[in-house]
Design a protein around this ligand. Structure first.
Ligand SMILES: [Zn+2]
Length: 424
């Protein structure tokens, strides 16, 4: 952790601004710029927690801030404590504490035991650059709050990052949602992560979700598997830039036509392969179409790779799919407000009818892909090999990367789709 002070900028500052804002400090713009308002908020924070109020985030201030970034605190039970009194002290709810500590009997707390105390505020921020580090922290935070949540890794990226998966529910009807095959389309990751948190929270509190969905009913009937970030290396190039220790440093600059700026062009993984053109479904047609798009090798977009499933990310997603029994899959992309449902007329009839419902719920157009986009994508491969409903959902409207300010609209449009598809 670097020391942060006025005049600096970065994704770490953005994250801290978001948490200070959630805590009620005055932050008008979560923009990653450490300006006078952020400094004043840090000073207020430092005063409240008995820290030196210098407006600089050094190790001591960060140590206190980190608890709020993680979304929970640890607390050792003292004589006379109840979950209710602890909840009051931390400004949170007894239900959240009970869910986070299934081994504690609420009527008979064990003095001296350490418990997890989740804060009332949500973990998943939807107003920041959603990096791999944020994803890792959020998954760890959700697991601490909801220990019954199944999380794991479906494999590793080229650079060894985890391809995290989450499972919501224990039922036999398995569905699979994934996001960020394409690096510029990272806004799809917080869509799936916010869905995860909202679902867990409603499940724990016994509340229904919009549309009248009962999360406990879905939990028993279905298992919703989610890989929120299929391409963490690509997302890192877009959001954090090319790091000097990247083993592909020189190659990546060459593949990016001599530029070190990946923030507005890069869709591929760290080897310049477009992961959604790397599946074994009419892959050769995807390869043959490269020339007409001026693609001659690794690059920002549309390079299908040297062979189908040549990349560790696609291999992991294929293995994950084969190891389950998915009744339906959705690959989330941006942009266009379109739902693609077919592949070479191999989709089953219900692929269209379910797609029509998803279209009605979201307001997105139901369509079929044409040209190079029709080949070698995840949903193409799934439809071809399993003959079950598979979808590409293109969220939002505009030019990638979509501004995070579109998030609320996108989430509103897609929450019903995510709930409906889990039971369709
Ligand atoms: Zn895409």
């Amino acid at each position: 952790m670097r020391t942060l002070r006025i005049g600096m900028s970065g994704n770490d500052i953005m994250e801290i601004q978001a948490v200070l804002k959630k805590m009620g400090y005055k932050i008008d713009r979560v923009d990653g710029q450490f300006g006078p308002q952020t400094r004043d908020a840090v000073i207020e924070f430092q005063k409240r927690f008995g820290l030196t109020p210098d407006g600089i985030i050094g190790p001591n201030t960060y140590r206190v801030l980190e608890r709020f970034l993680n979304g929970y605190d640890l607390y050792v039970i003292r004589p006379g404590d109840t979950f209710y009194s602890i909840a009051n002290r931390f400004g949170t709810s007894p239900e959240l504490i009970i869910a986070a500590n299934p081994d504690q009997r609420p009527e008979n707390l064990t003095v001296g035991q350490r418990i997890v105390v989740p804060y009332a505020m949500n973990i998943v921020d939807t107003n920041i650059n959603y990096t791999y580090d944020v994803l890792s922290r959020d998954i760890q935070g959700l697991k601490a709050r909801y220990p019954f949540l199944e999380v794991g890794s479906a494999g590793n990226s080229v650079l060894g990052r985890n391809l995290y998966y989450i499972r919501l529910g224990t039922g036999p009807n398995q569905v699979f949602y994934n996001g960020s095959h394409h690096a510029l389309e990272w806004i799809t990751t917080p869509v799936l992560m916010k869905f995860t948190e909202d679902f867990l929270k409603a499940y724990t509190e016994g509340r229904t979700l919009p549309g009248g969905y009962d999360p406990r009913d879905i939990w028993n009937r279905s298992s919703i598997y989610i890989i929120p970030m299929v391409n963490p290396d690509g997302v890192d190039l877009v959001l954090n830039g090319l790091q000097p220790d990247n083993p592909y440093y020189e190659d990546l600059i060459k593949w990016n036509k001599g530029s070190t700026d990946f923030s507005t062009v890069w869709e591929a993984n760290n080897r310049g392969v477009d992961l959604n053109h790397n599946y074994n479904a009419a892959w050769q047609l995807s390869k043959d179409a490269e020339a007409e798009y001026g693609v001659t090798g690794p690059g920002p977009t549309r390079y299908s790779g040297p062979a189908p499933e040549s990349e560790p990310e696609t291999q992991a997603v294929v293995a994950f799919t084969r190891n389950h029994n998915f009744r339906l899959v959705i690959a989330y992309h941006s942009q266009g407000q379109v739902i693609y449902w077919n592949f070479m007329n191999m989709a089953p009839p219900e692929g269209r009818t379910i797609g029509e419902r998803m279209s009605a719920i979201s307001g997105y157009t139901l369509d079929q892909t044409t040209g190079i986009a029709s080949y070698a994508g995840y949903k193409d491969w799934f439809i071809q090999d399993f003959r079950r409903p598979g979808y590409t959902v293109e969220v939002g409207l505009g030019e990638n990367p979509l501004p995070i300010s579109q998030f609320d609209q996108i989430y509103n449009d897609n929450l019903g789709v995510l709930l409906f598809a889990a039971t369709a």
